[in-house]
Design a protein around this ligand. Structure first.
Ligand SMILES: Cc1cc2nc3c(=O)[nH]c(=O)nc-3n(C[C@H](O)[C@H](O)[C@H](O)COP(=O)(O)OP(=O)(O)OC[C@H]3O[C@@H](n4cnc5c(N)ncnc54)[C@H](O)[C@@H]3O)c2cc1C
Ligand code: FES
Ligand code: FES
Length: 1302
């Protein structure tokens, strides 16, 4: 039967033919690219299709139509065997530093759309694929293309702005743009041009650059004020010429044309891949291998294998069975083959709808709408309709539609017998189970046309709109005759173990009129039929139940509008109710960025103040930037997988690694017995064990590690290590800890003023509570490192993605019992850090070092996303319990606050985080009497750690909450309460630190009000709210104060080493880590200014303990201050040493002076060391200044919410921030935008959920949602306050920090 088989894998990658006779079918395309082809541009961010970092383009040739099809796919989910006879294009294939960047790569780099760069190759490839299919996309095409891509750094705005230049609109606008200022589409000239009111010809000569708004033109005003609005120049971009794109390999076309369809069979050690080419072969295979697993897109099967560790020894690919791949119109509707991908369905239905009357296509229209919210583009390009139906997920987005529409399925068994099954009729029999027999295969589904009297709608509510699974979804169909219900169906997802029809409700309303009383009746019926038990899986029980009713209400109103026969006027839908029926529709993103222009007298080579591009942006965009896991493996390198605790609190009774050690390829099991130094680590308190000894105190704690030949073997063996526990009761939440008084000591407190007086003077006193949940760092690059023992010297070299090399070095030395100088730590770049790669990385490094020492070979580790999320800790959850006293006009008199943070199972940095939270409880407000206590709760979750803002966002949110309570109680606006309580010049914080430059806080506030048009928009919001019952808008302004500096004096130091070579080039090293925040770029700018040479002459290779010792962590946003000063000092020394040569031969060049100095035996290297003036707070005496200076800001945001579902959209945000004299406005604005979006995620979207046994339930992008491209404000404006030099920091700059609460 299977005599004719193909066993050689053939595909093309970046134009190169790859043939493989021994392919391992368990490999994904991503691992094949990275490990076998050493193409490491495509990144592993999650391995489950949720981040897009692995995106590549796959092209195929259709022999019948002779068409070439390009799709973006997630290489992490694409089985390597799937791409047989296809062409793969990776980020390396479209451009490189050597061959020249592709315009997509160039534009993302030049528009500052790449910070840490880990997401960049995936984003580049999504954009590239879009352009291959559509040379002139719209902005909405671009946003759609990025539904499956995440970035944690940029805030997305610069990426969208860079790629806007590919749109047709951008080109057609160019004529107008040529005549407008650099505010881009916000220029009044542009707006006038668009509105046809501008008459450029009549501009007078002296207003040449100004539109006919004359002196009111933004260009005029900006130029007068020295404000620039241009972060990049589109005119610098290489033109995009689609005709120069690489072609589909002609050899492959020839091969495909001559190909005789054969069964494909690839046999590996664990998996065999079979690909039949017709239905007969499939039926035979299924008969022969009844337990084989069918697969098409692999978006379910692949996730099962990766996350649920399922194994499928025989995989049968359905991709080449023509009958399953047909989509066509038929008598009663549209018949869709089971393997047709969702993208093809969308395309087909859009075309069908153009040809058919609207009434026939109502279910198609609902399907198309729903498909838009289904996964990301990469998923839709490969996921099949059959895969979705057969998986039978209770939150499938399609099954409610298929059930409500009355679709039928055609299936075939292993005897070739076919049958038709209606999907609505008990097809789903249980959680992910259906009525098909194991031996049956789905052939197709038929979606019927709707008739003239039918109405159809579908709804979905998810945490995030793009690429998220539903919390609840629903589809409704009703057939009305004269407003009377003839038939109807209602199907709900997320309300039961299967998609569920509301049968009772459906039956009871037949014959009823579609009126208000029906609505009331259905509400009662659905409440009963769709009720959930309080402990229903998925939680959010009340919310889910209310969504059921909200969806029906929306459907009811939508249909009501068509009930035109009834005479009664009350029957009409009130216009204010109509907002319930309208989905959110995003306009194209608009933005502006304003910053101070550098003055004309500044030297031409001085780059300080210029928005120069991130120094690694080009490498990041081409995939050439090397991250730790991209490093070429050492020849004898091994891999370690961690054995994690599976219990939150337990005594370890026994650990047995025998079975694991007997696996081929396994070299060792390491645990606490292998630790030659101390097993107890921790920066503040050594209460963290490298490997647990007798007891585990959280799920995810390290018990041991398996060292093996490869990641796969190590991970499989780690799962075979048997651990026996004796369980103890865990403490998971803050409330549990309070009840059990489980705290890390001491409980800190601060007081100021007289509380009794304060409350006595208060007209009102409110007590309240505010909770802030944990936030996952979600750096795109998970924790990773490589430990290389240096045998002869008994030393160790550690390559680690770490923000604190000094701590890592000290930790590894202590654990190995070695001196620091034997441990060299090197970090070139990090794929994001945000605080998560400080202390927790040191624990991982310690474990890895123990393993490497034990086996005496290099050992590598890169955590999978689920491992990273469930073991490395997060931002601390906080609970604030407050009592605030105030006068009737809103003036604060006294605040008593108890703050509790969930620290997890060890101290880590928690006590410091709490201190910062306590120092920021007042934000920018004056509070005369304060009493605060900070409780660090000891719980049985992984130790929580540093995260951007370090406790400040949590306590500032608590502050803004009691501000809003005061406003409500006094009946005045929040804005007014904020204004009247703001610190005045000369006033101090409650811990008695004088706040200098307070003027800047007021300026930020006023400029923000002004620039955002706050007052006028407030009126518009009120008008909107009066006219809309179910959608409401809110406008808010929030100020911000941020203390800069480590409150511990010692850490406030920076170091640098600057080396000049005899060709004049400069190698710059300093103690700061580059993790996307642009530190290397800024330091190069500082060096460039100080030495008076071009930035092109200066290079930073990496940060390491053997160039700059004892460096403070790159944290607290202060690294550019500390290291920048050190760089400046080192460069000044060198500049002075070259002074005699400059003076002697002023007309010569830098290179000449360097050479001359060298010949005179002048040292051309210098160190720089800087310590900021002492900042310290003494907790014994409760005195001292914890901060060196303060940064300020203000932001206005306008948000619209759907009151029925809780869905929301940020319509506009304006931020004004004081960053002193910005060293690099592009970097500073990028950081502000990125932090704002991260803060938006913290406060609106991101949610960690724990089981009662201490297991993290949200351990991947599938369940934990960070903001995506379409979550950013539709209009996003950022301005840097101008003319505010900060004398206290390098180049008069200031730390920028933004975390706004909307
Ligand atoms: C990042 C991501 C986002 C997602 N977003 C969504 C979303 O928004 N909404 C949603 O509903 N789902 C979502 N999913 C789930 C998934 O994409 C869909 O269920 C998809 O349609 C499955 O199709 P597939 O071809 O990839 O199935 P596969 O993984 O190839 O197969 C799935 C199952 O179907 C079986 N099967 C496939 N074809 C047949 C057939 N013809 N006959 C019998 N059995 C068959 C397979 O054996 C397997 O058990 C998402 C998944 C991921 C990874
Ligand atoms: S790594 Fe593939 S989508 Fe995240
Ligand atoms: S630049 Fe996108 S994740 Fe860092």
């Amino acid at each position: 039967m299977f005599t004719e088989q193909e066993t050689q894998l053939i595909f093309f990658c970046n134009g190169r033919k790859i043939t493989d006779n021994n392919v391992d079918p368990s490999m994904t395309l991503l691992s094949y690219l990275r490990l076998k082809l050493r193409l490491t541009g495509s990144k592993l961010g999650c391995g489950e299709g949720g981040c897009g970092a692995c995106t590549v383009m796959v092209s195929s040739y259709d022999k019948m139509t002779k068409k070439i099809n390009h799709i973006s796919v997630n290489a992490c989910l694409t089985p390597i065997c799937h791409i047989h006879m296809m062409a793969v294009t990776t980020v390396e294939g479209i451009g490189s530093l050597k061959a020249g960047l592709h315009p997509v790569q160039e534009r993302i780099a030049k528009s500052h759309g790449s910070q840490c760069g880990f997401c960049t190759p995936g984003i580049v490839m999504s954009m590239y694929t879009l352009l291959r299919n559509n040379h002139q996309p719209t902005m909405s095409d671009i946003e759609d293309a990025f539904q499956g891509n995440l970035c944690r750094c940029t805030g997305y705005r610069p990426i969208l702005e860079g790629f806007r230049t590919f749109t047709k609109k951008f080109e057609t606008d160019a004529r107008i743009v040529n005549n407008m200022c650099s505010s881009g589409t916000r220029c009044c000239r542009f707006e006038n041009g668009i509105n046809g009111t501008s008459d450029f010809e009549t501009d007078t000569e002296n207003l040449k650059n100004v539109c006919n708004s004359g002196t009111k033109c933004c260009r005029f005003e900006n130029s007068i004020n020295g404000i620039s609005t241009t972060l990049f120049q589109p005119s610098d971009f290489t033109e995009y010429d689609p005709t120069t794109e690489i072609i589909f390999p002609p050899e492959l076309i020839l091969m495909l044309e001559n190909e005789k369809p054969k069964i494909l069979r690839f046999t590996g050690d664990d998996v065999t891949w079979l690909r039949p080419v017709n239905l007969c072969q499939l039926v035979d295979i299924r008969r022969q291998f009844p337990n084989s697993k069918l697969v098409l897109g692999n978006t379910e099967v692949g996730v099962d294998v990766k996350l649920k560790k399922m194994s499928y020894p025989i995989l049968v690919s359905l991709s080449h069975i023509t009958e399953l791949n047909i989509i066509e119109s038929c008598d009663g509707g549209v018949k869709i083959g089971a393997t047709v991908t969702l993208s093809r369905i969308e395309e087909f239905l859009i075309n069908v709808m153009k040809k058919l009357p609207d009434y026939k296509c109502k279910s198609f229209s609902a399907l198309i709408d729903m498909l838009h919210w289904f996964g990301g583009q990469q998923i839709r390009n490969v996921a099949s309709i059959g895969g979705n139906i057969i998986t039978g997920s209770p939150i499938s987005d399609l099954n409610p539609i298929f059930m409500a529409a009355g679709c039928t399925l055609e299936v075939v068994d292993t005897e070739g017998v076919r049958r038709i099954m209606p999907i609505a009729n008990n097809f789903f029999t249980g959680y992910r189970k259906n009525a098909m027999k194991l031996s049956e295969t789905l052939i197709s589904i038929t979606v019927p046309y709707t008739n003239k009297s039918e109405h159809f709608k579908a709804y979905k509510q998810a945490h995030r709109r793009d690429d998220d699974i539903a919390i609840v979804n629903a589809a409704f169909r009703v057939d009305l005759q004269d407003d009377v219900i003839k038939s109807c169906s209602m199907a709900f997802g997320g309300m039961a173990p299967t998609t569920k029809l509301a049968k009772k409700t459906m039956n009871k309303i037949i014959g009823r009129i579609w009126d208000q009383s029906l609505l009331e009746h259905v509400t009662v019926l659905l409440t009963d039929e769709m009720s959930l038990s309080p402990d229903a899986p998925g939680g959010m029980v009340e919310y889910r139940q209310s969504l059921v009713l909200s969806f029906f209400f929306k459907f009811y109103l939508t249909v009501r509008q068509h009930c035109t026969h009834h005479e009664n006027k009350l029957f009409n839908v009130h216009p204010a109710d109509m907002s319930a029926t309208l989905p959110f529709k995003r306009a194209d993103v608009r933005s502006s960025q304003m910053f101070q222009e550098i003055s004309d007298d500044s030297s031409s080579v001085d780059p300080v103040g210029c928005p120069i591009v991130h120094s690694s942006a080009y490498q990041q965009a081409t995939g050439e930037a090397v991250y730790v896991d991209d490093m070429v493996p050492f020849q004898n390198e091994l891999y370690m997988a961690i054995v994690y605790s599976q219990k939150a609190h337990a005594v370890i009774k026994c650990v047995d690694a025998t079975a694991a050690l007997s696996m081929p390829g396994v070299h060792a099991f390491v645990d606490h017995n292998d630790v030659t130094g101390t097993n107890f680590i921790g920066e503040l308190v050594p209460d963290d064990e490298v490997f647990a000894t007798d007891m585990v105190t959280c799920v995810g704690q390290y018990i041991g590690g398996i060292v093996a030949d490869s990641k796969e073997i190590a991970q499989r063996a780690a799962r075979m290590v048997r651990v026996e526990y004796q369980e103890l009761e865990p403490i998971i939440s803050i409330e549990d800890a309070i009840a059990k008084e489980s705290y890390f000591q001491p409980i800190k407190n601060l007081e100021n003023g007289n509380m009794t007086d304060g409350f006595n003077k208060s007209d009102q006193i409110i007590e309240g509570e505010m909770k802030v949940g944990e936030q996952e760092h979600f750096y795109l690059e998970t924790q990773c490192g490589l430990a290389v023992p240096k045998g002869g010297d008994d030393a160790m070299e550690m390559f680690f993605a770490c923000q604190d090399l000094k701590l890592l070095q000290a930790t590894v030395a202590a654990v190995l019992g070695m001196q620091f100088h034997k441990i060299t730590v090197r970090a070139k770049r990090l794929g994001g850090g945000f605080g998560g790669k400080e202390t927790r990385t040191c624990s991982l490094a310690a474990a890895l070092a123990v393993a490497a020492r034990r086996v005496g070979r290099p050992v590598r580790i890169m955590l999978d996303r689920d491992e990273d999320m469930s073991s490395t800790g997060t931002r601390h959850a906080f609970l604030g319990r407050y009592k605030v006293g105030f006068t009737n006009d809103g003036k604060i008199q006294a605040l008593k606050l108890d703050m509790y943070s969930n620290c997890g199972n060890s101290t880590d940095k928690s006590t410091k985080v709490m201190e910062h939270a306590m120092f920021h409880l007042q934000n920018v407000y004056y509070i005369p009497n304060v009493e605060v206590r900070g409780h660090c709760c000891k719980t049985n979750i992984p130790s929580n750690t540093a995260f951007r803002g370090f406790g400040k966002p949590q306590s500032q949110l608590i502050a803004e909450n009691w501000i809003s309570d005061i406003a409500l109680a006094c009946g005045i606006s929040q804005k007014k309460v904020r204004e009247i309580n703001m610190l005045q010049d000369g006033e101090s914080t409650y811990f008695k630190q004088k706040v200098q430059q307070l003027d800047n806080a007021k300026r930020c506030w006023d400029e923000c009000l002004n620039k955002s048009g706050y007052e006028m928009r407030q009126l518009k919001v009120e008008l909107f709210n009066r006219s809309n019952r179910w959608k409401k808008r809110g406008l808010s302004i929030i100020p911000l104060l941020y203390g800069v500096g480590f409150p511990d004096t010692t850490a406030n130091q920076g170091g640098a080493l600057v080396m000049i070579y005899t060709d004049g080039s400069v190698l710059l090293a300093h103690g700061g880590i580059e993790m996307g925040q642009g530190l290397y770029t800024k330091m190069i700018q500082v060096a460039s200014r100080t030495l008076g040479i071009s930035t092109k002459k200066i290079f930073t290779n990496e940060t390491s303990t053997n160039t700059v010792p004892n460096a403070s962590p790159t944290a607290a946003s202060i690294s550019s201050d500390l290291n920048g000063m050190a760089v400046q000092i080192a460069c000044e020394k060198l500049y002075q040493r070259l002074a005699p040569y400059r003076k002697r031969e002023p007309n010569k060049t830098w290179d000449d002076w360097v050479k001359a100095a060298y010949c005179d035996r002048v040292s051309l290297s210098a160190t720089g060391f800087y310590k900021s003036p002492s900042t310290a707070f003494d907790w014994k005496t409760k005195s001292g200044n914890p901060y060196y200076y303060f940064s300020f800001g203000a932001a206005v945001s306008e948000v619209e919410i759907d009151c029925l579902t809780g869905d929301h959209m940020v319509l506009r945000t304006d931020i004004v921030m004081d960053v002193g004299d910005s060293i690099n406005p592009a970097i500073d604005i990028g950081q502000i935008e990125g932090a704002f979006i991260q803060g938006y995620g913290l406060f609106t979207l991101e949610e960690h959920r724990w089981s009662t046994t201490g297991h993290l339930l949200t351990k991947g992008p599938g369940f934990y949602k960070i903001p995506g491209f379409t979550d950013i404000p539709v209009e996003f404006n950022v301005s840097l306050l101008d003319g505010v030099p900060n004398k206290k920091a390098v180049c008069s700059s200031k730390v920028r920090y933004w975390y706004n609460f909307i």
